[in-house]
Design a protein around this ligand. Structure first.
Ligand code: FAD
Length: 432
């Protein structure tokens, strides 16, 4: 059977891995980007030993599906875990808040608020399945249980910068999914997650799977029993190709540009994009050793500063300090059109509050944009979840909107990709 998989992120790679096991299928991954890895795609400067993700990435110790997949690939021991410091910037001060004890020491909220916050977090940590919480709006629940002060200081800035106008719509299951699986130890693949994707690509190519990179699918059409895909390569060359079965790994608004399907237009399938500005610096920005800094300052234009070299040694990047500045917004917002230089100009005065001399240390900077990076989980979201089957037979769909209540993650993309492959095999057992 001739199978096209649209996209080459971790969902697509995992699905291709399982579908290629029988050795009977002709599988082709068609990817718009020049490299595999999807949202975890990486780039490498000539002086670096390791490649580096366009957007910040780490795994959690609870990422069982990723670990199992790496085990199957013979790569498990290359996913290495270590503790990384997480802090919060509030009122011009950096506070380490990444354990019950450090939360207890956070004097910007009252002791009673700290105790209430700790109790709610502990409850969410032990609750095994958070979907039952989807009836509650997270903002309302957190204000009621942790108190107004904890909401305003700790959580409101996060919800505002992550969800914008949807801030008060997000359900409590999302918050559970953010708290429950998190571990103090974070995992990183030796060489980077983009490197991991390339290693998987090589393994798949060895098994006969084809990769067509730097090629965009612009339309999916049905012609009798077959699918015709319109393709556009980086030289603007248009071609068409025919397949028996198609799997899309694109989020609904992107998938909807290729084919008109009612299931892609649901009001509940919305999300925000991400803009990640990467700074290559001669010296560290976060000198206290913080890897992940939540920005809880009012009216700052970004939500997080992530200093990669406070987690992974900069020996792999020729001694450079690599710092991500992360932000979420709707693609319809004017700022989403901004260039790297325009964003740096917007951010400069804020970053200078952390290090007045950071511009002197700047080697270079670059911007990565992701049009769909943060799905919104509304109240009762599980009633509106997309299915693997679309309304067209043999056109399947898996993406980060399928992994509810989690919103994204390599672990969940792998799990969903493998689940989809099993589903496709069952439904097409005569031919696969
Ligand atoms: C800012 C940010 C931070 C993240 N941090 C983490 C983290 O710390 N840990 C973690 O585990 N995960 C993280 N993720 C998520 C992670 O990258 C997963 O890979 C992602 O959730 C989804 O993978 P996927 O395979 O489902 O889709 P994607 O990775 O989105 O893959 C879809 C692919 O389809 C391609 N495509 C789009 N349109 C077309 C077209 N028309 N034709 C052909 N190809 C097309 C895209 O180029 C892309 O490669 C982060 C993501 C972002 C944006």
């Amino acid at each position: 059977m001739k199978i096209a998989i649209i996209g080459a992120g971790f969902g697509a790679l995992a699905a291709a891995y399982d579908l290629s096991k029988s050795g009977q299928n002709e599988i082709e991954l068609i990817e718009a980007n020049e490299v595999v890895g999807g949202l975890s795609a990486s780039f490498k400067e000539p002086n670096w030993e390791w490649s580096f993700e366009e957007h910040y990435h780490h795994a959690f110790d609870t990422d069982k599906q990723l670990k199992n997949f790496l085990e199957d690939l013979g790569l498990r021991e290359q996913l290495v875990y270590k503790r990384a410091k997480s802090s919060t910037l509030y009122n011009g001060q950096i506070y380490q808040i990444d354990s019950p004890l450090s939360l207890l020491k956070f004097k910007e909220i009252s002791l009673f608020s700290r105790l209430r916050t700790g109790a709610v977090l502990a409850f969410l940590k032990i609750l095994p399945n958070g979907v039952i919480l989807e009836k509650f709006k997270a903002s309302r629940f957190l204000k009621l249980t942790m108190g107004q002060q904890a909401w305003e200081v700790i959580w409101e800035p996060l919800f505002t910068s992550k969800f914008g106008r949807f801030r008060d719509e997000v359900n409590l299951s999302w918050f559970w999914a953010r708290v429950n699986p998190r571990t103090a130890a974070l995992g990183y693949f030796n060489g980077g997650f983009g490197h991991l994707a390339e290693v998987i690509q090589q393994k798949l190519e060895d098994k006969g799977v084809k990769f067509t990179l730097a090629t965009k699918v612009t339309a999916i059409k049905k012609n009798g029993e077959f699918f015709i895909l319109d393709l556009l390569d980086k030289n603007n060359l248009k071609t068409t190709k025919q397949y028996d079965l198609v799997i899309s790994t694109l989020a609904s608004p992107i998938f909807a540009r290729l084919i008109d399907l009612p299931e892609l237009k649901k009001d509940h399938l919305v999300g925000l994009g991400a803009m990640t500005l990467l700074l290559r610096l001669k010296k560290k920005l976060l000198k206290d050793g913080t890897y992940w800094l939540n920005v809880n300052e009012k009216n700052w234009p970004f939500v997080a500063i992530v200093e990669h070299d406070n987690y992974i040694s900069n020996i792999h990047y020729d001694g450079e300090s690599l710092v991500y500045i992360g932000r979420y917004l709707e693609t319809s917002e004017k700022d989403y059109q901004k260039t790297a230089s325009q964003l740096l100009a917007d951010y400069k005065s804020f970053i200078e509050k952390i290090d007045p001399n950071f511009m002197d240390n700047l080697i270079d900077f670059r911007l990565a944009k992701a049009p769909f990076a943060q799905p919104i989980s509304f109240v009762d979201q599980s009633r509106f979840l997309p299915k693997f089957n679309t309304s067209i037979k043999k056109l399947y769909w898996v993406c980060m909107q399928h992994i509810y209540p989690f919103d994204r993650g390599i672990n969940h993309a792998v799990a969903a990709g493998r689940k989809l492959a099993a589903h496709v095999r069952i439904e097409n057992s005569d031919n696969l």
